[in-house]
Design a protein around this ligand. Structure first.
Ligand SMILES: C[S@@+](CC[C@H](N)C(=O)[O-])C[C@H]1O[C@@H](n2cnc3c(N)ncnc32)[C@H](O)[C@@H]1O
Length: 219
């Protein structure tokens, strides 16, 4: 009797360990080759980002939010030359997701596409050249992660367009939300998101200032 009880305990333990290991490996695609290429790319570029790009700490923040929540359908508004896009797509290479990133300026868009290629992340990115005011309302649901970093005066409109297409648990982040520099469109956006009872918003002020709004219910 005692023997069967011990055997049962051992079997349950083995089952638990197997499930835990499987759970981790199912959630994250470990790809050392991509990791190596992205790290080398980011290290080579160093501080040479010149086109209003996010600081690396904000890139890391976005990356970690995506990985921790296992997001797969990401949208970035304001690609510029692709610094934040590289961090976001790097995270998506681990979750098995894809990024749609929007840029209105042709020179920056082309440079971003070249950077995504160099970083080895092109297959995780759909980089679109055009006006986000027109493209955003046409984006299809479901979207689970958004980084808004284009024209600040339009932040509230981007949020209104995208929020209904977001999954519960999804996250809307926006850049340059530093309390001391809030003005114009940013103030209007912050007042709007804070009034949404189905979103919970916090702020990270370590880099350029990022608002982080999680959708908690449909309405
Ligand atoms: C602050 S930069 C983005 C930086 C980028 N996220 C990064 O970290 O590498 C803002 C970008 O938004 C673009 N932009 C501004 N208005 C836009 C619009 N209506 N549609 C698409 N892109 C727009 C600008 O051309 C600019 O390159």
């Amino acid at each position: 009797m005692k023997f069967y009880s011990s055997l049962k305990t051992i079997l349950l333990l083995v089952l638990f360990i197997t499930c835990t290991i499987q759970g981790f490996s199912q959630n994250l695609n470990v790809n050392p080759e991509i990791d190596k290429k992205v790290k080398a790319f980011l290290s080579d570029k160093g501080y040479s980002w010149r086109d209003m790009n996010v600081p690396a700490s904000d890139g890391q923040l976005l990356h970690d939010i995506i990985v921790e929540n296992n997001y797969k359908n990401a949208v970035e508004i304001g690609t510029s030359t692709g610094h934040s896009g590289v961090w976001i797509a790097w995270a998506l290479s681990k979750t098995g997701g894809k990024l749609i990133t929007l840029e209105i300026d042709e020179r920056r868009h082309k440079e971003a596409v070249a950077n995504f290629e160099k970083a080895g992340l092109s297959k995780y990115i759909d980089a679109r050249l055009g006006d986000a005011h027109e493209i955003t309302p046409k984006l299809k649901a479901p979207i689970d992660f958004i980084f808004s970093d284009a024209d600040k005066g339009w932040y509230k409109n981007y949020f209104i367009d995208i929020a209904p297409k977001m999954k519960i648990g999804g996250c809307f982040t926006a850049h340059n939300i530093t309390r001391s520099r809030r003005q114009g469109g940013i103030t209007e956006f912050v007042n709007y998101i804070e009034a949404q009872t189905n979103f919970k918003t916090t702020y990270n002020n370590e880099g350029g200032g990022v608002s982080i709004s999680y959708k908690t219910s449909q309405k």
